[in-house]
Write a protein that binds this ligand. Structure first.
Ligand code: PRP
Length: 206
């Protein structure tokens, strides 16, 4: 039995559809209820629907053998897991954005609002810029508009949220996409099953 943690929401459903098309269908699965675990003995698979930001922790601690999550979440969680495959979905960019009239004032720390505190710290320390972090949990774009921060460090997909709030990208920091990850000991003890899953997925996303 392979235990797979999927991110609740549209991305998870897309990944489930893909997995189901390559032999990992789950007879119990239904989009229209609030059940969080689905098993299929015949196909040797069980799925857990977890909050996207929790996928890496379920996999790191071995509650799930493998999981699917964005590179943004993976980096932020700093989880000790294997990254097996880029699923080439959920593509976006980690960016620094600000109001159009923003000018960096190097005489003081830059105030950065973000959900991705560790990733932001890592980025700014790599370029040697001192910052003051403002941790928010959503609607990050509000921070520079209300004067809470100078910039935001956040994901940009279509760019619509920035545009509608009169913000613009200053720096594209790195590209993001959905990754398949594995628990380190599951990778050892369920190696054949995990490799078979990875190979089939690789074939399906080509
Ligand atoms: C994310 C991100 C941006 C938005 C970018 O927010 O934090 O706000 O998507 O997408 P876009 O470039 O296509 O407009 P999310 O939808 O996760 O909501 P949140 O504000 O609760 O973080």
């Amino acid at each position: 039995m392979i235990n797979i943690a999927l991110p609740k929401g549209r991305l998870g459903e897309k990944v489930y559809a893909l997995l189901s098309s390559i032999g990992y269908e789950c007879s119990e699965y239904s989009e229209n209820n609030r059940k969080l675990i689905f098993r299929d003995e015949k196909n040797g698979v069980s799925y857990f629907w977890v909050k996207p930001s929790d996928v890496a922790i379920y996999v790191e601690l071995g509650a799930a053998d493998v999981g699917v999550c964005g590179k943004d979440i993976l980096d932020e969680a700093q989880a000790d897991v294997y990254e097996l495959l880029d699923l080439n979905m959920g593509k976006c960019r980690m960016c620094v954005a600000a109001k159009k009239d923003f000018r960096d004032d190097f005489t003081r720390p830059l105030r950065v609002a973000t959900k991705f505190v560790k990733s932001a710290e890592k980025y700014y320390s790599s370029i040697g810029r001192e910052i003051e972090l403002i941790k928010l949990n959503g609607s990050i774009e509000l921070a520079p508009i209300l004067g809470l921060s100078d910039v935001i460090f956040d994901i940009v997909e279509t760019g619509v949220t920035l545009k509608e709030n009169d913000l613009h990208v200053i720096t594209e920091v790195y590209p993001i996409s959905t990754r398949m990850i594995a628990n380190k000991s599951s990778y050892k003890f369920k190696n054949a099953d995990i490799l078979a899953l990875t190979e089939r997925l690789k074939g399906a996303i080509k």
